[in-house]
Design a protein around this ligand. Structure first.
Ligand code: SAM
Length: 178
């Protein structure tokens, strides 16, 4: 809320949206939201919550990489991409972050929150390679301008112990040509 509220609402993409707590907040804040998840059960919940709140969320049942590839093929870009508590393997994460960078519009923003590697054994998957470190994120997101990269007490969000990483980055216009 703190990071997104100052932005003018535009097109948002919530990857691995779950039951849509971020998608729903964005839709209620005026964003046009695409929520992608592999779980139809979770997407149905988003539909129910959205109807109750009187907002619309485009809920798409898909693998997130497949969705990003199809968005790229149709030239669809997003002003905001949200990755909240997704912990793919390092190989999947590299492919995911490359595709996410490509999906951002110029001046678009990326928000990532996930369990930090120091949370191993307390929160998140038991495989440390699936947890986030600042260095890994900075390496993977070199095309972006990182505006914020913080650790914070995980208990402040989902009431879990451990530490979260929060990344907030933007995509500049890229190298000038000609
Ligand atoms: C821990 S939940 C987080 C949900 C939501 N982002 C939140 O913070 O409340 C992870 C979600 O990502 C979805 N997910 C994980 N890997 C996925 C993939 N490759 N493609 C689509 N959805 C995926 C799961 O189905 C699940 O709903």
């Amino acid at each position: 809320m703190e990071l997104v509220s100052p932005l003018a609402p535009g097109q948002a993409l919530d990857l691995g949206a779950g039951e849509g707590r971020n998608s729903l907040w964005l839709a209620k804040s005026g964003w046009t939201v695409v929520a992608v998840d592999a779980s139809q059960v979770a997407l149905d919940r988003i539909g129910e919550f959205a109807a109750a709140d009187g907002v619309t969320v485009e809920a798409i049942h898909s693998d997130i990489i497949d969705y990003l590839q199809s968005a790229r093929a149709t030239g669809r870009h997003f002003d905001l991409v949200v990755l909240a508590y997704l912990h793919p393997s390092p190989e999947e994460r590299a492919a995911l972050l490359d595709a996410v960078v490509a999906s951002l519009s110029t001046n678009g923003h990326l928000f990532i929150v996930g369990h930090h590697v120091s949370s191993l054994g307390m929160a998140g998957p038991p495989d440390p390679s699936r947890l986030y470190s600042e260095d890994d994120l900075l390496r993977a997101l070199q095309p972006l301008e990182v505006l914020r990269l913080d650790r914070r007490d995980g208990a402040s969000d989902v009431s879990e112990p451990g530490v979260d990483v929060v990344l907030w980055a933007t995509k500049g216009p890229g190298p000038r040509r000609g």
